[in-house]
Write a protein that binds this ligand. Structure first.
Ligand code: DGJ
Length: 704
């Protein structure tokens, strides 16, 4: 899809996607404002010019000039009092940024860059807009270059601002949480004022996730405008609902209070910020995001994620060759395809107080290295995976004793540890070179198929004598660079992003990882809520879910094995329990469920998701996946007395005239399944807590 000049209008363009249009251009006579005229459903070509009329500030007072509400990048300067997307301090303390439009540069048919310049201070600002022909997601970015001979300091550099049209609505959806309860869905009314979602942790964070959806829509009807930032370090997203009525969102990397020095000749490019307009409610918005992730983000979108086993909950730090092999034998019998050895295999790491940073096999536990263990795993027919935490160091480690200067720190300030660890500065060339060397060495030596890349603490005392606050950007870029290089050197390598559970899940990390550890909380009931929020933006193939022991080690809750499986089967299935303690009956049930998952795996991992009904983990609820002729429904009923479950479950998105057959051979029309519904056995009014089921349907007769 192209970005085209709007016919009959000077310096005005339309970015066209299959179903939407985004119209923008130079609005003011003095060239100083580039505004968004329109963002919504696709318009006929002849109508494009019409939507560019009337953007000029219609009611300017001495206290308010509404023009910046629609600017692509409102700056801190001139008559603007909203949230600035670009703030700079020029020599002499001059703060007012004055940009004027210079030219438009085409980078191919789908990408346009508008070049603006602060003539006095030599700051070049590029505003990029990019569209694709298979998605309605519009990608934006900003790049600033200091073309003056003097340093400039940036206090804010967002990727872009997005304005919502009139009557778009003021209801929003987003996620918030904490360790063990990540990505919990939050919906509400945007208050008049400025609502900021942010991370100051150096990671995407457990507390918030960099996206927002706005629109007075339901799950399956209504317009939704979404904005998401593809970035894995600190970030800020502000939605402003102005008292005058405008609603706009600006988002970018870094949190408030940072200062980024831009030396003469230096440039800084933001990560992409993505905008998406959809009709069809929050469900359709999620499906469009999933399709975008598959089409433009994930490195291996078409691959089926293997069923993995991870030893962490079973062994903690108590990792031994015999112990791991005992688990591996049981895992292989269940049908597991990838065996991941977690924390505790290296250096002097027998608990969390020491050894982090010393990335060689623990000489007491693995005197001959990890070769025998991984050979054993391969002999059992499984792929091999290993846990690493490259960005961290325990002060009690050889690495720290040798390189205390490699951690984030300020001279004369404390270095506070968390989980007994400090953060290594991945902005530094020497630290990155060291990390790449040992990671590459491990993957090569053991022929590893999979790395679980963990990151277990937030930044603090984040000083860097050479780079200053650029650390917050360069650390993340450093992590990206190493992951990218590892993948380039080892095309078969797959990576899981983990950060003390789900602290680093975003569209930036997913460009170089295949899946994300969703949460350390593996309690099936809690997980349902966590997974619901995760599913708003990220596809099921990226959502790592384990079945662990009962009672759950985190919450103590006892949930039947089948229910635990059915919850974990809603994403990429893994097993994380102590299989040496599972009974024969449990192992047999697990074997049957793993086989059932593999049968439907392509539908769940790559199909279209529909959140059918209910409050996951609280009331009867169900999710549906559709791929081609196949439909998979996972239905849950956590409590018998909570409230009467619905009698039937209405499916969505089927062909009304086609006939679908279930596993028992019963046939029903799509129309009946959608408008009348099927009757989940697990929703029968009386029965034990935590009942669940998987219904598999296949279209056997076309309606056409
Ligand atoms: C945090 C992760 O989320 C866990 O799965 C586990 O890998 C531990 N770290 C290991 O220290």
């Amino acid at each position: 899809m192209p970005v085209i000049p709007v016919p009959g209008r000077q310096r005005t363009w339309a970015a066209l996607t299959p179903a939407t249009a985004y119209v923008f251009g130079v609005e003011s006579a003095d060239d100083t404002r580039v505004v968004q005229h329109y963002w919504g459903p696709r318009l006929p070509g002849a109508a494009l010019a019409e939507v560019t009329a009337g953007a000029t500030a219609w009611f300017v007072t001495g206290f308010h000039d509404p023009a910046d509400a629609t600017e692509l990048l409102p700056v801190d300067g001139g008559r603007r009092w909203g949230v600035p997307s670009l703030q700079a301090v020029y020599p002499g303390g001059v703060r007012s940024v004055e940009l004027s439009f210079e030219r438009a540069v085409e980078h191919g048919p789908g990408e346009l860059e508008l070049v603006l310049r602060d003539q006095v201070h030599g700051l070049r600002v590029g505003l990029g807009v990019r569209v694709h022909d298979d998605t309605d997601v519009i990608e934006r970015w900003t790049e600033v270059t200091n073309e003056s001979g003097e340093p400039v300091h940036l206090l804010r550099l967002d990727s872009g601002a997005w304005a919502l049209p009139e009557q778009a609505g003021t209801r929003y959806a987003g996620v918030a949480g904490a360790w063990g309860r990540e990505t919990r869905l939050h919906r509400g009314e945007l208050p008049v004022g400025e609502t900021t979602f942010t991370s100051r942790t150096g990671t995407t964070s457990h507390r918030a996730n960099p996206w927002i959806m706005i629109g007075d829509a339901g799950e399956s009807g209504g317009e939704v405008w979404s904005v998401a930032l593809a970035w894995s370090g600190s970030w800020r997203l502000t939605a402003q609902r102005r008292p005058e009525g405008d609603v706009a969102v600006t988002a970018g990397f870094g949190h408030d209070g940072l200062t980024w020095p831009l030396a003469p000749g230096a440039a800084l490019r933001t990560p992409p910020v993505l905008g998406l307009h959809t009709t069809g409610g929050y469900g359709a918005a999620s499906r469009a995001w999933h399709a975008y992730a598959r089409g433009h983000v994930l490195p291996t979108p078409a691959e089926e994620r293997p069923v993995l086993y991870n030893s962490w909950e079973a062994t903690g730090f108590d990792v031994t060759e015999d112990g791991q092999l005992a688990l591996a034998r049981r895992a292989a019998e269940l049908g597991v395809e990838l065996f991941v050895v977690d924390d505790g295999w290296f250096g002097a790491r027998t608990d969390d107080t020491r050894g982090l940073g010393d990335w060689w096999p623990n000489p007491d536990r693995f005197p001959q290295g990890l070769g025998k263990l991984f050979d054993g795993v391969r002999d059992l027919g499984m792929r091999t995976g290993l846990w690493v935490e490259p960005e961290m160091v325990n002060p009690d480690s050889d690495l720290y004793r040798e390189h205390p200067d490699w951690t984030l720190h300020y001279p004369g300030r404390r270095r506070d540890t968390m989980r007994n660890q400090l953060v290594l500065n991945f902005g530094r060339d020497d630290v990155r070179a060291w990390a790449l060397a040992w990671l590459d060495g491990l993957v090569t030596e053991y022929g590893l198929d999979y790395l679980k890349w963990d990151m277990n603490r937030s930044f603090s005392q984040a000083g860097w004598a050479e780079g200053g606050d650029l650390l917050w950007i360069k650390h993340t870029l450093g992590v990206y660079a190493i992951m990218d290089e590892l993948r380039a050197r080892h095309p078969g390598l797959r990576i899981e992003s983990c950060s003390g559970g789900g602290g680093r899940a975003d569209l930036g990390i997913l460009r170089r990882t295949d899946q994300v550890w969703t949460s350390d909380n593996t309690d099936a009931r809690d997980r349902q809520a966590i997974q619901e929020g995760f599913s708003y933006l990220y596809p099921a193939s990226a959502m790592s879910c384990w079945v662990t022991d009962g009672p759950n080690p985190v919450t103590g809750r006892e949930v039947p094995l089948r229910y635990r499986f059915h919850v974990a089967m809603a994403g990429t299935l893994g097993i994380g329990g102590d299989l040496t303690r599972w009974s024969e009956a449990e192992l047999a049930e697990a074997r049957e469920l793993v086989a059932a998952y593999k049968e439907v795996r392509p539908v769940i991992q790559h199909g279209e998701l529909r959140r059918l009904t209910g409050t996951p983990g609280v009331t009867a609820s169900a999710v549906q996946y559709t791929l081609g002729d196949r439909v998979v429904v996972l239905a849950y009923n956590p409590y018998k007395l909570d409230e009467r479950p619905p009698r039937r479950l209405r499916l969505e998105g089927l062909d009304p005239d086609a006939v679908y057959e279930d596993g028992a051979g019963a046939r029903r029309h799509g129309a009946a399944l959608m408008h009348h519904g099927l009757t989940p056995a697990s929703w029968a009014p009386f029965g034990p807590d935590y009942r669940s089921e998987m219904v598999v349907l296949r279209r056997v007769q076309d309606g056409s």
